[in-house]
Design a protein around this ligand. Structure first.
Ligand code: ADP
Ligand code: ADP
Ligand code: MG
Length: 649
């Protein structure tokens, strides 16, 4: 074997939780780390943990985290001898790997050639077909005319899926139920693909009706390849993973072996070096069958959900990546690899679930993760969420002896997660976990989308939550340890008015010697102090974080209340508003309205691009457009007035 390359300093060409995750292992291996950051990330978590940090450009990813020249310059400046790309950004960019190698810098990942081969879904499927790996039936042809594509779609048989060959993250993908939907779906898929990937080529695939997504973690050292078992990522929203687990529920040993062997065959076919994931679609209409899986794509990088594999194998996948990058052979043979227990990961996003999962921004006033679980994150109290990057702010990972114990623990860990200041999907995640269909794994990848109503229905605030907020607003509550000072209040009744969304909640609080009573909606609740907790009916009240007049009750995620003075409350004229405001900061990419035009309710007004997604702002009611205050290409702030409507009586 040739001499091992020396890696003493790794530049991490990424941000957020994955940059911190990579730094953790590098440090444990005695390797120094270099962070790079954009304007928006000057004070970000990944900058705080690295040994050195360098500014690489403005906030827009194209000008910083995707700016190869700026990153190469920092490689030189810092004297890093290797680069870890994380995931997203440049992780699957073959030119980046090539340019680094040309300068004698190690790219911690596969060869540029392997990335290129797997980068386009059609080419990758062709390679897999040749290697004898089963693939989903479809059309991979050169001819991209609408006529040919439609003919091929009919040959495959509806329903079909249109996929951007350069696609990723569920973008450029359209489900087409019937022939009559084809034209419109093709147009949308192509325009989305062109925008996101600069390539509008598509492939067609048979749409598997009750699909589960099961993927195999592979590692290669250029000579040999092994698999580290499977992950089940069937719980998806719009083709994006939400909760992942390992092993896959209901997986037989025979099927695991068949899928593992196919994945290893795929990795060997391209002399794969490093960490990769071979994604398969599985037909679960009749349980899992060892011949019912097909190759979808290979991701030539570390995966967001790699921690569940780490949890069941006890291995550190970033350590494996680094060891292989410096020229070591695979640390273990297939026969030496084992797993035990069951691991589950939940992705925490700042997003407004009740409002169509709109990505959110804001300042995180208070951040505290549960100690029950592994939390991979980059955010801390006081951090701001910028609109420029992925809204995933953390991953919570648990492992237990079996699936039901793991799900129960994840549920507790989510309940104990305290994130105040922006909206998150925590309550949504909790609902998923407690749902019996998910508990029994009788779901498929479309399950969230078809059950969105029940999963995203607004939470009805409970008396416990109101009481916790009310007590905290009076300067006591679950954050206080005893009743010290309460006698001063004794026998006084305090009227507290709290607002959540547009609803007011009023209660009366009476302090006595060692207890408190709260009257709310004609019911009286008596709260006892036991140890350092406030107990109502034998159960502790939820925790609360307070800042100024704002209160966040950590129950069903974080319920935000504001203590209001009823006399000073502003009258709000919701619904009848004559202005269209930006729901969040973003870029105006198109305007479909013209001043003076009458438009009907629901008509598209403006497309706003924020958090890597497009948001369509539409007419709240039928009206005439008065003025348009912005133009295409404008960067707007949250709540900025974009359009005004003519008032009609
Ligand atoms: P996977 O296929 O590994 O589950 P996804 O496809 O859901 O992952 O997400 C990977 C994507 O995450 C990347 O392609 C990118 O769009 C996005 N991403 C990039 N950087 C980050 C980051 N630091 N944290 C979270 N997501 C990121
Ligand atoms: P991406 O690069 O965006 O991750 P994938 O090809 O991996 O694209 O597909 C993403 C998701 O779309 C899968 O996890 C699965 O839920 C769904 N999907 C992909 N192909 C099919 C198919 N042929 N039939 C049904 N669902 C599919
Ligand atoms: Mg995929």
């Amino acid at each position: 074997m040739c001499a091992l390359a020396n890696i003493q300093k790794i530049l991490i060409a990424n941000r957020g939780e994955i940059a911190i995750r990579v730094a953790r292992t590098a440090r444990a291996m005695g390797i120094k780390t270099v962070a790079v950051y954009s304007e928006a990330d000057r004070h970000a978590g990944h900058v705080r943990v690295a040994d050195e940090a360098y500014y690489i450009g403005p906030s827009a990813p194209a000008e910083s985290y995707l700016n190869i020249d700026a990153i190469l310059q920092v490689v030189q400046q810092s004297g890093a001898d290797a680069v870890h790309p994380g995931y997203g950004f440049l992780s699957e960019n073959p030119e980046f790997a090539e340019k680094l190698n040309a300068q004698g810098i190690i790219f911690i990942g596969p060869s540029a050639e392997a990335i290129r081969t797997m980068g386009l879904k059609d080419a990758a499927k062709a390679v897999m077909d040749n290697a004898g790996v089963p693939t989903v039936p479809g059309y991979l042809g050169e001819d991209q005319s609408e006529g040919t594509l439609l003919k091929e779609a009919c040959r495959i048989g509806f329903p079909i899926l249109i996929k951007a060959v350069a696609g990723g993250g569920g973008k450029g993908m359209r489900h087409v139920p019937t022939e009559s939907d084809f034209g419109e779906a093709l147009k949308r898929a192509k325009s989305e693909a062109l925008k996101a990937f600069g390539n509008d080529r598509v492939l067609l695939e048979k749409f598997i009706e009750k699909p589960r997504h099961i993927e195999i973690q592979v590692f290669g050292d250029g000579e040999d390849a092994v698999h580290l078992f499977e992950r089940d990522c069937s719980l998806q929203r719009r083709y994006q993973k939400v909760i992942e687990e390992a092993p896959a529920p209901g997986m037989s040993e025979q099927m695991r072996e068949a899928m593992g062997a196919a994945a290893v065959k795929a990795a060997r076919a391209i002399q794969y070096k490093g960490a990769g994931t071979v994604e398969f679609i599985v037909d679960a209409s009749d349980g899992l069958r060892h011949d019912g899986f097909w190759f979808m794509e290979m991701n030539t990088r570390l995966q967001v959900e790699h921690p569940v594999t780490e949890a069941i194998t006890g291995l550190d996948l970033v350590e494996w990546q680094i060891r292989i990058a410096r020229g070591e052979p695979l640390p273990k043979t297939q026969g030496e690899l084992r797993f035990e227990g069951h691991a589950v990961e939940a992705r925490i996003y700042v997003e407004d679930v009740e409002n169509g999962f709109l990505p959110a921004t804001g300042k995180l006033e208070h951040v505290q993760f549960s100690t029950l679980a592994r939390a991979d994150t980059a955010v801390a109290s006081g951090d701001s969420i910028s609109p420029f990057y992925d809204p995933m702010i953390a991953k919570i990972i648990v492992k237990e002896a079996n699936r039901s114990a793991a799900l129960a623990k994840l549920q507790r860990a989510l309940e104990e997660t305290e994130l105040a200041g922006s909206v998150t999907n925590i309550a949504f995640l909790s609902r998923l976990i407690e749902n019996s269909s998910f508990q029994e794994m009788s779901i498929d990848t479309n399950w969230i989308d078809t059950h969105a109503d029940i999963l995203t229905a607004p939470h009805k605030v409970t008396p416990r939550e109101i009481i916790a907020a009310a007590l905290t607003s009076l300067g006591t509550g679950s954050n206080h340890h005893d009743l010290t000072g309460f006698h001063l209040w004794s026998a006084t009744v305090h009227r507290v008015t709290l607002q959540h969304k547009d609803v007011l909640y009023v209660c009366a609080v009476t302090f006595a010697q060692n207890s408190v009573t709260v009257t709310y909606e004609q019911e009286t609740y008596s709260i006892d102090y036991v140890a350092d907790q406030m107990i109502l009916n034998g159960r502790a009240l939820p925790k609360v974080y307070a800042s100024g007049a704002k209160l966040w009750v950590f129950s069903h995620g974080a319920i935000e209340f504001e203590r209001v003075d009823p006399l000073q409350r502003k009258t709000q004229q919701q619904g009848a508003s004559n202005t269209i405001l930006a729901p969040m900061p973003g870029l105006i990419t198109s305007i479909s309205a013209r001043s003076g035009e009458r438009m009907s309710e629901g008509a598209t007004l403006i497309v706003l691009e924020a958090m890597k997604m497009e948001h369509i702002l539409s007419m709240p009611r039928e009206a005439v457009i008065d003025q348009i205050h912005v133009k295409e290409g404008d960067q707007v702030t949250g709540s900025q007035v974009l359009i005004s409507l003519v008032q009609e009586d």
